[in-house]
Write a protein that binds this ligand. Structure first.
Ligand code: KG4
Ligand code: ZN
Length: 340
């Protein structure tokens, strides 16, 4: 069964075709990074306009890339939310038009569930988790820890009380005058720094708590910077990047491991843009396997926003009979595992 996925929740216009929720046949992502870089973050109005300009070309490109004809698509899956309303609406409208004109089912997908479904996509060297498992979704907008009971059944175990992990990366990168998005920039710079150079706090590392907080860590970086003579040397910047990255990884890894013990699972996973972080991947792999846990990641290129993960999540929802009508509307807030 071939599903066409469409994703426009933030600043990537994406379309993908996935067979049986697993096999990637085509994957196109039009990035808007260059449009938002001058502002150091996503400008919602610009994002919506770019989606309108890009969406038809991106959908055409995925049909070309996959070699699949329109007549061989069985359903359209689209991100309904959460995300930027104006951006989401562009994808939802395009998906409705396609489903209507091809006379095939339309399946609404939660973006966070999509990030988790990236774990199920076929990959040469990575094994997918099999529910039940614990999954952390860490991105620019979310830091949510779930107990995944079934591919479509989740319990929220903890979430951030303020900034998301990716948001903290982006804000610290801005303080260090690095590019946008900040995660990949800090990840690169940290390779040249000492992770123990500065002792930044590890917020909310309280026994029994599975919630996160990153705003205090971000402020600690700001206070540290205020005490340094400016401009910083390359080594000083790299040490800050490495020490900050270590603090984030310690918190994320610590909480995922605690969650696994608390709910009693033997598999752990991380997804979302921050899951492409090199330190997070290596520390989770090491510490998880030391504790006898199977550790799963999506391929790096499928951690950040894409439509393959939406097509995969859509496949499992389709199997459950989920369908949307032509009255489908985008929703900016939609807590996974709870009613809209
Ligand atoms: O999942 P995503 O593409 O979008 C949202 O749904 O928010 O995640 C984007 C976030 C950004 O905050 C970006 O800085 C972060 O993921 N990110 C990283 C890395 N690559 C992307 N954070 C840390 N290390 C990375 N290598
Ligand atoms: Zn995302």
């Amino acid at each position: 069964m071939n599903i066409l996925g469409i994703e426009t929740s933030c600043d990537e216009t994406a379309a993908a075709i996935v067979a049986n929720g697993k096999k990637l046949l085509g994957n196109v992502v039009a990035s808007q990074i260059a449009d938002h870089t001058p502002y150091g973050g996503v400008v919602p109005e610009i994002a919506s306009r770019r989606h309108v300009e890009n969406i038809i070309g991106v959908i055409r490109a995925v049909f070309t890339e996959s070699g699949i004809g329109q007549g061989h698509i069985d359903a359209v899956a689209v991100t309904q939310g959460p995300g930027l309303l104006g951006s989401l609406l562009v994808g939802v409208m395009a998906a409705k038009a396609l489903a209507y004109s091809l006379d095939i089912p339309l399946v609404p997908v939660n973006h966070i569930e999509g990030h988790i479904a990236a774990l199920y996509l076929d990959s040469a060297d990575l094994l997918p988790p099999k529910p039940p498992f614990v999954a952390l979704v860490a991105s620019g907008g979310h830091t949510h820890l779930y107990h995944v009971l079934k591919v479509t059944d989740y319990r929220l175990l903890g979430q951030t009380r303020d900034d998301a992990a990716g948001e903290a990366y982006d804000k610290v990168a801005k303080m260090l005058e690095l590019g946008y998005p900040g995660g990949p920039e800090i990840d690169r710079l940290a390779q040249d720094g000492q992770a123990d150079a500065i002792k930044f706090p590890r917020p909310l590392m309280i026994k029994g708590s599975l919630d996160f907080s990153f705003s205090g860590l971000k402020t600690a970086v700001l206070y540290h910077l205020r005490k340094q003579p400016s401009p910083l040397t390359k080594t000083q910047k790299a040490d800050i990047a490495a020490s900050f990255q270590q603090a984030v990884a310690d918190v994320l890894v610590g909480k995922i491991l605690s969650a696994a013990h608390m709910v009693g699972v033997d598999q752990i996973a991380v997804a979302g843009g921050v899951a492409s972080n090199s330190l997070l991947r290596s520390e989770l792999a090491d510490k998880g396997s030391q504790q006898g846990l199977k550790v799963c990641f999506p391929p790096k290129n499928l951690c950040t926003d894409n439509a393959a993960m939406i097509a995969s999540a859509g496949y499992y929802r389709f199997q459950e009979g989920v369908r949307a009508g032509m009255d489908l509307n985008a929703v900016s807030v939609w807590q996974l595992g709870q009613a809209k």
